[in-house]
Write a protein that binds this ligand. Structure first.
Ligand code: ADE
Length: 226
């Protein structure tokens, strides 16, 4: 069972994405729990202020240290966290290895940023991991959190019908997955490779291994260098 607590300015944005398909089933099966925490509840003063100008000047507002700190210590007073993850474009780029590792935890916290980012003291003193989902800038951490939750949820034991199917995903062994085909064997003059119709398991396995390697060489040679 993995519990993911997500601190966000936009809890409504995160309602639907976790209510479909594999992630929905994982939650129904009690293999995954997702809690949305509205940062606004920890805002300062009558207006529940969350952001302010940055010291030193410059465009863009910064999420203030106090509301985030209060939110995190409130959660920590009730739960133990294996990781407190800030989603940010200058974090470590997410890959399958990191997803595999994080999926073995019991409880993690995700912190979604906005505007110019968060007061750096939160990153210095409270955050344990900083993760980016790629070298581009999103308008907030929420869409990155959706990606991370999806990547973790499908790895939890029992979530996928056939447990081996997560293991045969692209990237699990630093190789891209082989091509797949389904019926009919000929459509519009387009055919399926003969070997897949042969019923010869060993040959099929060998073909898939060769295809994986060839596709990785052609499309993502960088994966073979690691
Ligand atoms: N927040 C904004 N851009 C992001 C990115 N690329 N990855 C994670 N969080 C982000």
């Amino acid at each position: 069972m993995l519990t993911i607590d997500i601190i966000t300015l936009l809890p409504e944005l995160l309602l639907s994405p976790f209510d479909h398909s594999i992630i929905k089933r994982a939650r129904q099966q009690k293999l995954l729990e997702i809690n949305l925490i509205d940062l606004r509840l920890y805002g300062i003063g009558k207006h529940k202020q969350l952001d302010d100008y940055q010291y030193g000047g410059g465009a863009g507002m910064v999420l203030m240290v106090e509301p985030i700190h209060k939110c995190i210590i409130d959660l920590q007073s009730r739960n133990n966290y294996d990781a407190i993850i800030y989603l940010t474009p200058d974090g470590k780029t997410l890959n399958q290895g990191t997803a595999n590792h994080l999926s073995t935890h019991q409880r993690i916290m995700l912190l979604c940023g906005h505007y110019k980012g968060i007061d750096h003291r939160i990153r210095e003193h409270l955050v344990t991991h900083e993760i980016s989902i790629g070298d581009y800038v999103l308008s907030g951490g929420e869409t990155a959190a959706i990606v991370l939750v999806d990547a973790l949820g499908r790895l939890l034991p029992g979530v996928l019908n056939d447990e081996s199917s997560a293991l045969s995903d692209s990237f699990q062994d630093n190789l891209l997955a082989p091509p797949v085909y389904s019926r009919p064997s000929e459509y519009n003059g387009w055919t399926v490779p003969d070997v897949l119709l042969s019923g010869h398991d060993a040959k099929i396995e060998q073909w898939r291994a060769e295809q994986s390697l060839q596709r990785t060489k052609d499309l993502r040679p960088d994966l073979l260098e690691d």
